[in-house]
Write a protein that binds this ligand. Sequence first.
Ligand code: PLP
Length: 380
Amino acid sequence: MNDGPQRIYLSPPHMGDRERALLAEAFDSNWIAPLGPHVDAFEREFAAAVDRPYAAALSSGTAALHLALELVGVGPGDEVLCSDLTFAASAFAITYLGATPVFLDADRATWNMDPALLREELTECAARDKLPKAVITVDLYGQSADHDPILATCDAFGVPVIEDAAEALGATYRGRPVGRFGRFGVFSFNGNKIITTSGGGMLVSEDGAALERARFLATQARDRAPHYEHSAIGYNYRLSNLLAAVGRGQLEVLQERVAARRGNFDFYRERLGDLPGLDFMPEADYGLATRWLTCVTIDPQRFGGDREAVRLALEAENIEARPVWKPMHLQPVFAECRVRGGGIAAELFERGLCLPSGSSLTAAELERVAGVVRRVAGRP
Ligand SMILES: *Cc1c(COP(=O)(O)O)cnc(C)c1O
């Protein structure tokens, strides 16, 4: 029960009539299974949208990460390098295979993996004769990582890259869509992402045989036989045909969603840009960020309150805001894992706040958010 103003969510789903029509079509066709014509079409259309030849629709981004790591051969005892500043799913999948994550700090200019730290880490790993089995880069909050130096370094050491682009569908790096800057690219259609199927994911690659293998593993590893025959351990990771129908409708409006999210960011910058001690997540000049979430950092001295004061003031007005991801090296579950650096990610967590960023936000709602932030700064 709440008779105050309507709640403003951080990043709610944004559905349209096309999604409803496609879903109804899938329902009526009775393809209510983790396969069917919408799954095939969604894969084709998605692959085209991110300019990769192959895509496999899966039940989540986490499932896609898990399969990608398995396909590059990660196993027990291996190390996998991963961005420190990310959502835990990037790192969880490493542990599913019995491997250990090693975390690399963020670059302050992009909030993504620092390519110089990556080079340091791989150089030392090579000297110890224990290279990691893979590197997971993350395109954080809708901004591409700096892939050219990352890929050059990984190529030099022969370590495959998996690009976790779960937060960055629609973003570009040097004019090309994200998700293509590694052996595998991973996307998510979780309910809070820029487009959603309520839950779902996509694995993309240049390697058609590897994606065939991914589909096989994702469908309980059923060998070709009339009976149920299994020569490998499988998973139940395929996307439902119903949800693929929703995904097709969402994909049609991706560019509008990107424009709306960037519009939110522009609004906040216009309305809050003058506040001392409040800074926006920088946009690197190498690409287009989608601004999936508008993130700010707050210097408590200069702003006149810390990010928690702002978050709580927003919550009191029934507005959802969230701290920036808590770095992996500070998570209790990863307390034993190695980290290179970590100070920048920790600072971004301490000061960083994600403002409501949904693509369906109205001007009045944005104004409500901005008004609360200004009030905390003492400049209403
Ligand atoms: C959302 C997200 C994932 C996980 O995707 P799911 O579809 O929720 O499993 C992985 N990595 C990052 C960076 C994410 O933000």
